[in-house]
Design a protein around this ligand. Sequence first.
Ligand SMILES: C[S@@+](CC[C@H](N)C(=O)[O-])C[C@H]1O[C@@H](n2cnc3c(N)ncnc32)[C@H](O)[C@@H]1O
Length: 525
Amino acid sequence: MTPPRLSFIDEIDDEVVTNPAVRKINQNDNTQMSKTEETNLAEIKSKNQAAVQSSTIKDLKLGNNVYMKETTEKGRGIFATENIKLGESILEEKPYAAVVDDNNLDKFCSGCFAKPAKLLRCSACNLLHYCSEKCQKSDWKQHKEECKTFVRLKHKPPASIRVICRILRKHSDDKDSYTAIENLNTNRTKFKQEEIETFAQLSILVKECVKISAAAGEMIDLFCRLTCNSFSVLDAEMIGIGVGIYTNTALINHSCVPNCLAVFDGSKLMVRNIRPIQKNEEITITYTDLGLPTMERRRELNERYFFLCRCELCKRYEFKENVDPRNALRCKTEGCLNPIEPPNPLDLQEEIVVKCSNCKQNISYDAADVENQIKESIDFYEKGMNLLTQDEKRAISQLERSFELQKNLLHISNQNVIKTRKSLIELYSKQRNWPMALSHSRQLIDVYRFLFTEWHPLIGIQLLVTGRILLCMHQDDEGMQNLRDSLRILEVSHGYQHNLTKSVADILKQMEREIAIRQGKFDCL
Ligand SMILES: C[S@@+](CC[C@H](N)C(=O)[O-])C[C@H]1O[C@@H](n2cnc3c(N)ncnc32)[C@H](O)[C@@H]1O
């Protein structure tokens, strides 16, 4: 599962930060940078305060059924002006700037983010690809200067730098629209010194790409804003393909039990509600992967967005008696699938006995042994993932070894089991080993139904995957039923107009027609 938010700093690999060119300029620039920074800090702080205090963003155009309000706990947020029934589009927004990820540049169009069978490559920089001349032309205003830079620089800037450069170029062309960027929350004072230093180093790289006169402090501020406000652009199946800045949607706060989700059609972002919403209820999306254990979600939200999540899901697992299945062991009693608390790494006790809240049996295990098995299964998983592109059969064998260890030890919804199953489904499908792919895919539907709300798109997508597998196995009736169930969810999570929803509806129509012809019920003319 890919979180809809960008891991902005993670995107920038160590190689870029430790690039000698960047270090050298940085050393020479050090004193100047801190002085400039100091002079700018007061100005920046007052600007930020003005922005955060501004429920005064008068020209903010949001959807018809929402308004912005400031709260003491979360700052600005978006709220419903009326009751909203399930599956509506709450906000739709084109990106202020968006770029395709480095490893997807030859797979997705840098203009519309579509994934056609064939792409045209920019013949000057050889880096960006487009689905059509039309897309290339419409992106040219953005790409023109960038293209020259890519040709000039040996080291191609990573996606995070490319997106910042696009923002800065837009700034010099259209100062008014830049207010939307300045209005984003910086959380500047909450970043660690080492993060600010990384931003300072990366600013040098940005300045190599764009001719700008922005002071060092302003640049750092921009990095802070993007870290807390940028989105991973996802493909229709919720896999990350790029990074984008959506200035209105960035006003929506987080919950691990969100009433809405961000889905994308190309680079257009749509916020759709997967639960009915009451008048004046806050609109929420998730900033993190909801398959992660609560402790990890909280840690990520705190490190990245500087808040302690107090949603009902996080609070539920503050109580020891509630075991989070996302990192749980499984009950050893036959037929009992209850989650069992995993060993605490800080606990020195070897033999652990816990009472299963479902079957009431005492479950005992050796903490060191369990930890070793988990570690071993992760090692096999990683070996399998490293072999993915070289040798699919060996990759499967390593992943199967990982799964073998996990299946009797970990809860079915444990994040490690989910990851292994997902990779196995992909590999078995590539190998056309449909029965194995089917068995994992069916299990994953159950897991997602257990973890997520009824209308979560991942359930719809897994039903679609399962339906396709079944059709490949000529199990038409069950395959069609899975596709129908998938369509019902996608109509809510993605909407009728989304290309994915339309393609599932088309497959269904086509299959119904084929089956009718086969059964002689339909005149093919
Ligand atoms: C993308 S911004 C959302 C809009 C923001 N509240 C504002 O005023 O601009 C992310 C920031 O909002 C705040 N935030 C978002 N969700 C929150 C939550 N559930 N609890 C507390 N603060 C939250 C945090 O400060 C976070 O860094």
